[in-house]
Design a protein around this ligand. Structure first.
Ligand SMILES: [Zn+2]
Ligand SMILES: [Zn+2]
Length: 152
């Protein structure tokens, strides 16, 4: 794949190192990987995540942006996040599957939406965020540290 390839939409060259995590959209057109470890594993119950996903909370794994790459026709939508700064949510332009996010408030992070991982079973969340916005029916029977908003 050359640098002038118009289909190349990743931020960096798609890594050739062995990935620690890989994922893809529903139709397979967009694939991503992280060569670095999970920095945090949470369930986010903020209203934006609820709307973006159609669920009561989104399982999110944070990885370093430098370890992350993707390929394929990903598009993003930008809304102002809870931080007051824009937050970009990436999805497949073919099938619409929500894949990962890049919040401006945390420029070194990519938040992977865990359901799109090839191995989502290995995800082990530790914290629930924005429980003040969590609907009662989305409470999980997991021993999670709970935070009204973001952890302080
Ligand atoms: Zn797709
Ligand atoms: Zn959220």
């Amino acid at each position: 794949m050359s640098a002038s390839d118009p289909k190349r939409t990743s931020l960096s060259t798609y890594a050739v190192e062995a990935p620690m995590f890989e994922g893809q959209c529903l139709c397979g057109a967009v694939q991503y990987q992280s060569t670095g470890p999970a920095l945090f594993s949470v369930i986010c119950h903020c209203r934006d995540c609820q709307r973006a996903s159609g669920t009561g909370g989104v399982p999110v794994m944070g990885v370093s942006r430098s370890s992350f790459s993707f390929r394929g026709p990903a598009k993003h939508s930008r809304v102002c996040g809870g931080s007051g700064l824009p937050s970009d949510r990436y999805f497949c332009s073919e099938c619409g599957c929500l894949l990962f996010g890049m919040p401006s408030a945390y420029p070194d992070l990519v938040s992977i939406y865990v359901g799109s991982l090839n191995d989502s079973a290995s995800f082990s969340p530790t914290d629930a965020l924005f429980i003040a916005q969590r609907p009662r029916w989305a409470t999980l029977s997991l021993p999670l540290a709970e935070h009204e908003g973001l952890p302080t």
